[in-house]
Write a protein that binds this ligand. Structure first.
Ligand SMILES: *Cc1c(COP(=O)(O)O)cnc(C)c1O
Ligand code: SF4
Length: 340
């Protein structure tokens, strides 16, 4: 998220074979002009913000191919295109809306909720989502450096009540297989740790990442694995994503999804119902539907609570209970996400 080139290229300098997903990631679209050109949209149709700042446009080409050409209001495009509204600064929106910096016993490790701890392992993401609450997050301060990893493991080992470690970011799957192996290699020895959870948008935006290298890493884990992917609109799931999910399911990974409720993207009952159904068809159960975190630059995505509740009500009338996500908001200082 820092805008610097993320550490996704192996540092060894060995002339190894570069996995296809890294090539795909290196070729992600980073220019608004190019993105609009690919989609046959005239720049004057949109309020595009000049691409300066610490959170530039980034979107993999495979994700762009799922957008519809000529539609400036395409729900996938709206999630990634920087617009002028981002510079508005209404009251109540903050740089660090969740005040996460207060809950870190070790840099990068958030221990706020009982039984589980969340580790931000990298600031890098394959896509930059404009509504992201971590868009101003200081990953350079919050990522445990290699040397601090021992401190993280010590903390986990010393807290017998932690049964689940959540890898988050940024996107943990933007790390190389080699780094993932090194991260988790020492976790198996912590007896009370039972589950490894991975919060990631990569299986959706860069399904090429779910390759044999990643599946080998998953197969080698002694912990139960849960993957919470992040998908906001049914159009995000094409055949390549469905196949990636199938491989993960075959590897024994429990698949859940979290979405953010976004004005203009998925704030209608029909879209949300289709999202749940498409997720289920791909082997994924809906988990959370998040009310937007009030981060500066994202106010134009907010849906008010009354409408959010109405939408959920409409979903309950249409879908089996297991396809209705939990509508929640994160409130700083609370011991769990808060149901609306
Ligand atoms: C969201 C979150 C979790 C996970 O919460 P669940 O309700 O178990 O999904 C854990 N730790 C932190 C800091 C979180 O923000
Ligand atoms: S929502 Fe997830 S994938 Fe998107 S920018 Fe934020 S951390 Fe990265």
């Amino acid at each position: 998220m820092s805008g610097k080139t993320p550490a996704i290229i192996p540092r060894t300098g060995k002339p190894e074979h570069t996995p296809a997903w890294q090539v795909e990631l290196a070729q992600a679209v980073r220019s608004g002009d190019e993105l609009l050109h690919l989609l046959d949209i005239q720049p004057d149709q949109l309020n595009i913000r000049p691409l300066t700042g610490d959170f530039p446009l980034r979107v993999p080409r495979g994700f762009v191919r799922r957008m519809s050409r000529g539609d400036p209001y395409d729900p996938l495009l709206l999630q990634v295109l920087p617009v002028h509204e981002e510079t508005e600064a209404p009251g109540g929106y903050h740089m660090d809306p969740l005040r996460e910096a207060d809950d870190m016993p070790v840099p990068g490790l958030l221990h706020k909720y009982h039984g589980r701890a969340l580790l931000t392992v990298t600031g890098a993401c394959a896509v930059h989502c404009r509504y992201c609450f971590r868009r101003h997050f200081s990953y350079t301060d919050a990522n445990p450096a290699q040397g601090q990893w021992a401190q993280v493991v010590d903390y986990l080992a010393a807290h017998a009540e932690i049964h689940e470690l959540i890898l988050s970011g940024g996107d943990p799957l933007s790390l190389t297989d080699d780094r993932l192996h090194r991260l988790t290699g020492r976790l198996g020895r912590i007896e009370h740790l039972q589950t490894l959870r991975i919060h990631t948008r990569i299986p959706v935006v860069l399904p090429e990442r779910i390759d044999t290298g990643l599946l080998d890493w998953l197969a080698g884990l002694t912990l139960r694995t849960v993957m919470v992917v992040h998908c906001n609109h049914p159009n995000e799931i094409d055949d390549s994503v469905a196949r990636a999910m199938q491989r993960l399911a075959q590897a024994g990974v429990t698949l859940l999804n979290q979405s953010v409720l976004l004005q203009g993207v998925n704030d209608d009952a029909g879209t949300l119902a289709r999202l749940s159904e498409r997720l289920f068809a791909a082997g994924i159960l809906p988990y959370y539907l998040h009310q937007l975190d009030r981060v500066q630059g994202a106010a134009h995505f907010e849906v008010d609570d009354a409408r959010a509740r109405d939408l959920l009500c409409a979903l309950r009338c249409r879908l089996p209970g297991y396809l209705v996500p939990r509508l929640v908001r994160e409130v700083p200082g609370e011991r769990s996400k808060q149901p609306l």
